[in-house]
Ligand binder design. Structure first.
Ligand SMILES: [Fe+2]
Ligand SMILES: [Fe+2]
Length: 243
């Protein structure tokens, strides 16, 4: 059975320690210049990349690799969702008036569906048809939801708050993601005033479970990151062509 409940830190500790090197500080400075749209879009692309890796593992019948990539996908999806609920949706409500409230409510409802899917996955075994069907259903919903954010929400929000606020929000979003647990329990509150860390810090025991959860190996992640670069490049080219 898949065992991933909560984590408070990225599995690759070495990558966090590397933040202290000069190259990494340059990387962090570069990251900090991203707008909210770019930060969110990059996360979406990461989800698609992990899903692709999962499908490839499934095609070659490698259930262990499927488990690793699904863990990575779930971890990314859950903390991305919580990060948006804490940082992005309140901004939409604050700066986009009634329309912002409608969009945020719509997004929260879609997050709830995805959280339900994530929660149900915990009771299924990787490598089974039920598990696979649920993953594909969840990813179809996520594609639709992510497109809503990229096409409707963020293009409205960014001009409303301005570039500096957008970059500050991108940093806040990334910071928030680092500290939120990834348990995606559908009962977890996702609306202000409960959109705080306190609402999500209720499962310390689950941290122990994470010790046993398997994530993609270093070389697997390296390969995925390489592919992501091309994915980002393709996405930027397609945005430029549309502009
Ligand atoms: Fe979202
Ligand atoms: Fe998103």
């Amino acid at each position: 059975m898949l065992r991933l409940h909560t984590t408070f830190a990225r599995p690759a500790l070495a990558s966090r320690l590397a933040l202290f090197s000069p190259a990494s500080r340059r990387f962090v400075r570069k990251m900090s210049q991203k707008t909210l749209f770019q930060a969110i879009k990059e996360d979406h692309e990461e989800m698609y990349e992990y899903h692709d890796q999962y499908k490839r593992a499934r095609e070659r019948g490698d259930v262990e690799a499927q488990t690793r990539w699904v863990n990575q996908l779930r971890w990314e999806v859950a903390r991305h969702a919580v990060g948006e609920e804490i940082v992005v949706y309140p901004l939409m409500e604050k700066h986009l008036g009634e329309k912002g409230k409608q969009l945020a409510d719509h997004d929260r409802a879609e997050h709830l569906n995805v959280k339900n899917d994530l929660y149900q996955l915990e009771g299924l075994d990787p490598g089974t048809a039920d598990f696979d069907n649920l993953i594909e259903k969840m990813m179809a919903s996520l594609h639709h939801h992510n497109d809503d954010e990229e096409i409707d929400d963020l293009p409205l929000l960014e001009p409303a708050i301005g570039e500096q606020a957008s970059k500050a929000a991108a940093q806040e979003f990334k910071r928030t993601k680092k500290f939120v647990p990834t348990r995606a329990h559908p009962d977890a509150p996702n609306k202000p005033p409960f959109e705080t860390f306190a609402g999500f810090l209720a499962a310390p025991i689950d941290k122990l479970v994470d010790v046993f959860a398997s994530f993609p190996k270093e070389e697997e992640m390296k390969e995925a990151k390489e592919e992501l670069k091309h994915r980002d490049h393709d996405a930027a080219a397609s945005r430029a062509a549309k502009a």
